[in-house]
Design a binder for this molecule. Structure first.
Ligand code: FAD
Length: 534
């Protein structure tokens, strides 16, 4: 019987690459964001031998730079995108069921202000339709609050313009963790996902049909050919680049978020509020921070240069200062992120008006590309792509992902088990909220493998070992961004964590001092990018 390799242990990378280049797959997916990850899981769970290649780290593109909401998109009602709102709205409950550890229901407060985008009547009408289209349970349907009730609910809102508010149901998530969980799940169905492998050019047969991809191992620069009958391009903002087409299919829209310490904007819950122009933006508490966003502007220059600008930060800060009683300044911003929305070009000039609908296009050479869409719609998008693939293979297997749970053990089981590993309540909550039942593996390493008297040191070391062994985490930057988001939400402690890890890594000979310095340099450069605005 063929030996199964744990594709997620970075020390076995050469073995994975050998296995991948010696296999002819049924499907290759280019792109390890949420779209590619969803396709990889759907396809492998329907029995197709699937390989996924990602040129950087999994979820390092837009799928770690979103507002991290699983939402129907209230604002799409404005554009009468009823079908989109219905699909994404009803999808929220499905995603919550399959990944309750990272898709959590969240009440959103929507203040109604004098001169704001929505008045009491339009808010009521919009939320009524929204709840209806999304099949929201009666108990969770929206409520209108009076001015006094709103002030009680959120004392930081400025009183002068406030008229009343609405509270409605949304879901929040962790976009990069969702993507990684999907990729790991696909592996349990036999898929072969790998990061830091870039698709460079397609390989064609005599009839000019794509039958493979020549790739570059980003660490060694070695070339690898991977073969498959069908190839899916799920490269998000890079779709046009991968397609090499002259007619651009996409328009890219840039969106940024800023992160503030909780004490600077100590809101009690998530708020969807009026920005300075006619848009609305979110303020969402997360741990010891609150993040605020987003912007939506057409992106022109090269896509690797997406730094957050002072102008964008000012727009968000001024909008906060206009709505809340707090007065914030640039120096209050402790971190940020910036992402590109891959929007399907429909001829509209203003990116805010371009639909967030996804589209599948099949090129003459057989390449299947999917672009557009939203994080919330990833599962349905994947289903549509894999429906095409199974039809091509003349199979009649329906998508199963609606019922594929992204966890094996529930909260109660994990909590009980964590006591056996000597884990405190707060540590359990922190790690369960990031890793779901994978936290048990971290706690096992904590208990059995790490020798240190300080339990704070021990747990960060255990997390680091886990991510390298079980999550294909290749660098310090991958660890502190896509794996646990410390660069965004716990940036003030990053140097403490680094001191602990450096000592351990060098002592145990896990990395040479030279490699450590290189990884540290990459991490520091990224930290500079997200903390210094241009
Ligand atoms: P990506 O995540 O960008 O993945 C594409 C991947 O392809 C990248 O990782 C890239 O490295 C890889 N790749 C590219 N070229 C190659 C190659 N040659 N070889 C190998 N790999 C390659 N949606 C929601 O539902 N809720 C939200 O709250 C929300 N907020 C958003 C806020 C902002 C600011 C933005 C920008 C988007 C938001 N979205 C939201 C939309 C959502 O984030 C995106 O639709 C989704 O993440 C896109 O995923 P993707 O996999 O298509 O793209």
């Amino acid at each position: 019987m063929e030996r199964k390799i744990n594709f997620f242990d970075i020390s076995l990378r050469n073995e994975y690459l050998k296995k991948i280049s010696n296999t002819t797959f049924d499907v290759i997916v280019v792109g390890g964001g949420v779209t590619g990850a969803g396709i990889c899981l759907d396809s492998s769970s329907r029995g197709l031998n699937t390989c996924l290649i990602e040129m950087n780290d999994f979820a390092s593109g837009t799928s770690s730079k979103s507002t991290k909401l699983i939402h129907g998109g209230l604002r799409y009602l404005e554009q009468f995108k009823l079908k989109l709102v219905h699909e994404t709205g009803t999808e929220r409950a499905v995603l919550h069921k399959i990944a309750p550890h990272i898709i959590k229901s969240e009440k959103m407060l929507l203040p109604i202000i004098r001169g704001g985008k929505l008045n009491r009547f339009t808010t009521k009408a919009a939320l009524f339709i929204y709840d209806l289209l999304a099949n929201v349970k009666r108990v969770d349907r929206f409520k209108i609050l009076s001015k006094a009730e709103t002030q009680y609910q959120e004392p930081l809102l400025k009183k002068n313009k406030l008229l009343s508010s609405a509270i409605y149901s949304e879901y929040r998530t962790d976009d990069s963790r969702l993507t990684i969980d999907l990729i790991k799940k696909s592996f349990s169905y036999g898929a072969s996902p790998i990061n830091y492998v870039k698709a460079i050019k397609f390989i064609y047969d005599n009839e000019h049909k794509v039958i493979g991809v020549t790739c570059k191992d980003q660490f060694t620069n070695n070339s690898i050919d991977i073969y498959s009958k069908y190839i899916v391009n799920a490269s998000g903002s890079w779709t046009d680049e991968v397609l090499e087409s002259k007619n651009k299919k996409l328009v890219l829209s840039k969106g940024i978020h800023i992160v503030l310490p909780k004490e600077k904007l100590n809101i009690k819950q998530s708020i969807y509020f009026d920005a300075l122009d006619s848009r609305m933006i979110f303020a969402i508490p997360r741990g010891k921070t609150v993040y605020v966003g987003t912007t939506d502007n057409k992106y022109e220059p090269g896509i690797n240069n997406i730094r957050v600008s002072k102008r964008e930060v000012k727009y968000l800060i001024d909008s906060i200062n206009n709505c809340f009683t707090k007065f914030l300044d640039f120096k209050d911003v402790i971190s940020s992120w910036s992402g590109l929305r891959p929007l399907v070009n429909d001829g509209k000039k203003n990116t805010r008006e371009i639909s967030r609908k996804d589209e599948i296009f099949i090129s003459k050479d057989g390449l299947i590309s999917i672009a557009g869409g939203k994080l919330t719609g990833y599962r349905k998008m994947a289903e549509r792509v894999v429906n095409i693939l199974v039809r091509k293979y003349k199979k009649k297997i329906k998508s199963k992902t609606k019922n594929i749970l992204l966890f094996d053990h529930d909260f109660e089981f994990c909590k009980t088990k964590s006591y056996e590993y000597g884990i405190s309540n707060s540590t359990f909550n922190k790690y369960y909220n990031i890793y779901g039942d994978n936290c048990l593996e971290i706690f096992k390493i904590f208990k059995k493998e790490v020798n240190s008297t300080n339990s704070e040191d021990k747990i960060i070391i255990a997390e680091f070992i886990f991510s390298r062994r079980n999550e294909m985490c290749q660098s310090l930057l991958d660890f502190f961004s896509q794996r646990n988001s410390v660069v965004y939400f716990d940036i003030e402690r990053i140097n403490d964590y680094l001191k602990i890890l450096e000592k351990y890594v060098i002592e145990k000979n896990i990395m040479s001092a030279k490699n450590w310095d290189k990884e540290l340099n990459d991490l520091n450069n990224y930290v500079k990018e997200i903390t210094i605005f241009i």
